[in-house]
Design a protein around this ligand. Structure first.
Ligand SMILES: Nc1ncnc2c1ncn2[C@@H]1O[C@H](COP(=O)(O)OP(=O)(O)O)[C@@H](O)[C@H]1O
Ligand SMILES: [Mg+2]
Length: 366
């Protein structure tokens, strides 16, 4: 069992600084997801934990030890990669047994450990097969099995499901969650897929350009994003952003978009006082824009939208609308009669809007 702690960790490749002053604590037995766009530094962070990448500055702790200079083999960590990295000439059994043989265990103990891992992953029928005779999902299970047999303190996963098709990805996601419940081990899981991040993580660290943007529970990332990057990255389809300004009128503060097509009465909002007369960006998720009010109308800002296209998914629909030059997505119920192109009044739930400072991108108030 082990916690992991990054303290002001940076990493340079030559002159390029790819990890910037990262502070991150991963608790014992926690399932921590690192998520962010391609190239943001997720794999580099993971490889530093494994000892496969040197740390340029700062300290990395595992349990109560600084491990900056500890070789990978002494870290008691197992890593599962996207491309499985199985030995192609060995059977699944031998792939699982290999590192145990090297560590000098006797045959009987090896067999027990391999069979136990095979049982957990339900891969007993595959043990005689070589990787080329297995599907992608089966190979990935064997790769995970190879990590399990070592009974490591920490499991690292680097986009383990990216090579699988959508259905299998969903299945394996559940299996990995179950595995974590069963093994009760610290997991650090890297993905660029925010659905994987949201469904698997106890907590999620959102990363952009080598910097941590927010470390939080899935619920808080979705409901209380700290900045515009997190707000736009978490959620699918993404949050809508509308540029405008804050004004003050008879009924208190209001937000007006640049085209004056949308006016939202805000009443009293302390944090927004400083923005009166200034530009600001409003954020609203597609699921918080409705075809009709569900409560008192004063809780909404309505606007006339040009609906250009509707995607029908059976259980819900996405309406793609235009508000002057701003593209909008609204998530509507499946039985909503919309026949684009058409005009439609849409209702923005004012309890669900976010504001972001145009210069810093930081959230202003909720
Ligand atoms: N060995 C390396 N040499 C030089 N640059 C590297 C090396 N490994 C990664 N990088 C760069 O570091 C950045 C972060 O890479 P990586 O951690 O692989 O991102 P991610 O896993 O989030 O896609 C990228 O810009 C990448 O090009
Ligand atoms: Mg990567």
């Amino acid at each position: 069992m082990a916690s992991i702690r990054f303290e002001k960790v940076s990493k340079n490749f030559g002159k390029v600084n790819v990890i910037k002053d990262v502070d991150l604590e991963i608790r014992d037995k926690e399932f921590m997801v690192l998520v962010g766009p391609s190239g943001c530094g997720k794999s580099t962070l993971l490889r530093m934990i494994a000892g496969l990448e040197e740390i340029s500055s700062g300290q990395l702790w595992i349990a109560d030890k600084i491990v900056n200079d500890l070789p990978p083999k002494d870290r008691d960590i197992a890593i599962v990669f996207q491309n499985y990295a199985l030995y192609p000439h060995m059977t699944a059994y031998d792939n699982l047994a290999f590192c145990l043989k090297i560590s000098g265990l006797d045959k009987k103990t090896i067999r027990e450990k391999v069979m136990e891992a095979a049982h957990i992953l339900e891969i007993e029928p595959l043990l005689d097969r070589k990787p080329k005779a297995m599907s992608g999902g089966q190979r990935q299970r064997v790769a995970i099995g190879r990590a399990i047999v070592r009974n490591p303190k920490v499991f690292l996963f680097d986009e383990p499901l990216s090579n699988l098709d959508a259905k299998l990805r969903g299945q394996m996601r559940l299996e990995i969650a179950r595995l974590h419940q069963k093994l009760q081990t610290t997991v650090v899981y890297v993905t660029h897929d925010q659905v994987e991040a949201m469904t698997l993580g106890d907590r999620i660290a959102v990363i952009n350009k080598g910097e941590i943007q927010q470390i939080d529970t899935p619920y808080n990332l979705y409901n209380h994003p700290k900045n515009r990057f997190v707000a736009g990255f978490i959620g699918s389809p993404p949050m809508n952003f509308v540029e405008g300004a804050i004004g003050k009128g008879e009924n208190g503060l209001f937000f007006k978009d640049k085209s004056n097509a949308l006016v939202a009465q805000l009443g009293k909002r302390q944090a927004l006082e400083a923005y009166i007369g200034k530009e600001i960006t409003m954020g609203i998720r597609p699921e918080h824009i409705h075809a009709r009010p569900e409560k008192d109308r004063s809780n909404y800002a309505s606007f006339e939208a040009d609906i250009q296209l509707v995607e029908r998914l059976g259980y819900e629909s996405f309406a793609f609308a235009q508000l002057q030059d701003v593209q909008f997505t609204a998530r509507l119920s499946a039985d909503e009669a919309v026949d684009p192109p058409c005009k439609m009044t849409l209702w923005i739930d004012l309890e669900k809007i976010h504001f972001f400072d145009n210069e810093t991108g930081e959230v202003v108030s909720n």
